[in-house]
Ligand binder design. Structure first.
Ligand code: BEZ
Length: 212
C-alpha cells in the first residue's frame, strides 16, 4: 500500500525494543515520527538513531513521539542499542519496531523493491495528532538523514496547524513566515498583530507568531 500526504495512517500492533505496542495507543494525541532504516548493526543507521536519541528534548518540546523500524527481531535491536549508546554517547529509549515479518513495512511502503528486495529504505513519515500523514521523505540507504531538517519541518508543520502560516524557502526558527493564501489580507491584519508586510497581494510576510 502506498501512503500519500493527507492519508490516514494505518494502525498496527508490533513488538518493539520497549515491549509490545499498539501504534495509535502509543501515539495518543501526540505528533508522531515513524522512520525506517535498512538494518541493525549498519553504520549510517547507528549514527541516525544516536542523533535521534540525543534530540530527545527537542522532540519532547514539540510533543512528538518517535519510533524507528527495521526488519530485524527485538533481540537483535537490543544488542545493537548497546552499541549505539556506547558509540554515539546517548541513551536510546524510543521504540525500535521489530518488523521481521515486514507487516508494517508493507503497510507503510518502506520496501522499494528496485532499491532492495529485502531491506527497508530510509523513509520518514511525520504524522499529525489527527493521524494524517503530514510529510514523507525517503533517502537511499547510503545517505543519513539530517535530523535538524526533521525538526525544522515539524516546526513548520506546527506553525501551519496552529497559526495558518507557511514557511518560505530555507526558513529557520525565528524568521518571518508567510500568510497562507486562504487568509485574506484584511483578515491577516487582524489575525497577526505584529504586522503584515505585503510584497505582492499573494506574498505577505508576518513575524513568526509564537516567538517574542
Ligand atoms: C547503512 O545503513 O549504514 C548502510 C546501508 C547500505 C549502504 C550503506 C550504508
Amino acid at each position: 500500500m502506498s501512503l500519500r500526504l493527507g492519508d490516514k495512517v494505518p494502525n498496527f500492533q508490533a513488538k518493539t525494543s520497549i515491549g509490545d505496542i499498539d501504534f495509535y495507543e502509543y501515539l495518543g494525541d501526540s505528533w508522531g515520527i515513524l522512520f525506517s532504516h535498512p538494518a541493525d548493526y549498519t553504520p549510517v543507521c547507528t549514527t541516525e538513531l544516536g542523533k535521534t536519541a540525543l534530540l530527545k528534548e527537542e522532540f519532547a518540546k514539540r510533543n512528538v513521539k518517535v519510533l524507528a523500524l527495521s526488519v530485524d527481531p527485538v533481540e537483535k535491536h537490543l544488542g545493537w542499542i548497546g552499541d549505539i549508546n556506547e558509540t554515539q554517547n546517548c541513551s536510546v529509549d524510543f521504540p525500535i519496531i521489530a518488523d521481521d515479518d515486514r507487516k508494517v513495512s508493507e503497510l507503510y511502503d518502506f520496501i522499494h523493491p528496485n532499491a532492495s528486495a529485502t531491506a527497508t529504505v530510509r523513509s520518514l513519515v511525520v504524522i499529525g495528532p489527527d493521524k494524517l500523514v503530514k510529510l514523507i521523505i525517503t533517502y537511499p540507504a547510503s545517505t543519513g538523514r539530517n535530523f535538524n531538517e526533521v525538526l525544522r519541518v515539524v516546526d513548520s508543520l506546527q506553525l501551519t496547524a496552529n497559526y495558518s502560516v507557511a514557511t518560505p524557502a530555507n526558513w529557520t526558527g525565528g524568521e518571518d513566515v508567510i500568510v497562507v493564501p486562504a487568509v485574506s489580507t484584511e483578515d491577516a491584519i487582524k489575525k497577526f498583530p505584529k504586522g503584515v508586510k505585503i510584497v505582492k497581494p499573494y506574498l505577505r510576510y508576518t513575524p513568526q507568531p509564537n516567538v517574542d
